[in-house]
Design a protein around this ligand. Sequence first.
Ligand SMILES: [Zn+2]
Length: 264
Amino acid sequence: MLGFLKDRHRKRLKARPFSNEWLKIIKRNVAFFVRLAAADQAELLDHIQVFLAEKSFEGCAGQEITDEVRVTIAAQACLLLLHRKTDYFPRLLTILVYPTTYLADEQRPITAEIWEEGKHARLGETQRQMGSMVLAWDAVESGAADPSDGKNVVLHEFAHQLDFENLAADGTPALATRQQQLVWREVMRTEFASLRAADQTGIPTLLDTYGATNAAEFFAVAVEAFFERPLRLRSQHPRLYAQLQQYFRQDPVDFSAERIRASS
Ligand SMILES: [Zn+2]
């Protein structure tokens, strides 16, 4: 019954007319949006209405929470929800936004629950148990503005949230069947091992070597590459690409801004 009420409420939220101001913000800030197919744009806007109604935002260290902040974050996060049955990152309640890399000159204890992004200079973090996420606004903005540099802190942190949906931070999101889980684990294990080996020997990699930290970071980094560098990911890591394509039910090659120079 609760699920039924929730679905009905979400349906109503989606039926509301989408704010013109919000649409302007998305077109201005979120570069991938105009490259999406019209049906996907419409689906994304529906998801944004639900997302913004359900998640709360809190500004930290003087960061103001404006519609621009909320909508720019929501538009990127909701890209991960297209074409799939979704419960809108159910474990996440609050998004804390700092103006800039928020731990840079601050030492604070990191508890066992906090999912800290070490090498990423603390652009973001998310927690499995506490229902919150921290993002640095400058990193959110730059990630949204460049859709093909392989870096997107919002996609990265929300990928962790997808990973948490089945209650384990193990780099495996909720998959429909046991068979899918087995194939997923085998592909991820192999790809993770090869990234670790490349990281240790200093071989250049398409995937950010931060993904060599552990299986959960590997998944988050792979999601960034999947959406930002799909052409190269598909050609260099076809099995990884296929797993992500199957899970997300999307082929980002279709809307990618990625340009591959003939020499690379
Ligand atoms: Zn991470």
